[in-house]
Structure formats: structure tokens, C-alpha cells
Unconditional design. Structure first.
Length: 81
């Protein structure tokens, strides 16, 4: 379904929001929209996909679990009422 086929045109909604902005803010919005059409900004070189993945370790799962359990400390004190 194209936006022209919708009963509510999102552009009209945005124009309602923009109509009360100052001239400077409208010019800033136009500039930002123009910049967004020019293409994506340069990134730091790392793809976002590199942020996801499995935990890498040479230890087995059992060793990791044992280590985690041994490092637990419980400082719970029960106070008398």
C-alpha cells in the first residue's frame, strides 16, 4: 500500500508540527533533510554486526559455571525485629 492510498497522509501530519516553528528552525530542518538525502554518514569502520556474537573463551562451559559460582559472595544479614 502506497502512502498516496492511505486516508491519512503522514506528510500532512509533519506539516502541522512544522508550521509553528520559527524561520530559523525550519531552515535547520530543511538543511538536515537535505543532508539526509545525500547519503549515509561515514562510520568508524566497524560494522554494527561486529557488536553481536557469542562469548569467546577457551574455557569449557562447565569451567565458566564453576568459576562464576565460586566467585559469588552473599552478604545478606537478617536483622531482628
Amino acid at each position: 500500500m502506497k502512502s498516496a492510498e492511505l486516508k491519512f497522509n503522514p506528510i500532512d501530519g509533519y506539516l502541522e508540527l512544522v508550521k509553528n516553528l520559527s524561520t530559523e528552525r525550519k531552515a535547520e530542518l530543511i538543511q538536515r533533510l537535505s543532508d539526509s538525502l545525500k547519503g549515509p554518514k561515514k562510520t568508524n569502520g566497524k560494522p554494527a554486526k561486529s557488536l553481536y556474537g557469542a562469548f569467546i573463551s577457551k574455557k569449557s562451559a562447565e569451567e565458566i559455571i564453576t568459576e562464576l559460582k565460586s566467585n559469588r559472595s552473599f552478604n545478606r544479614r537478617i536483622e531482628k525485629l
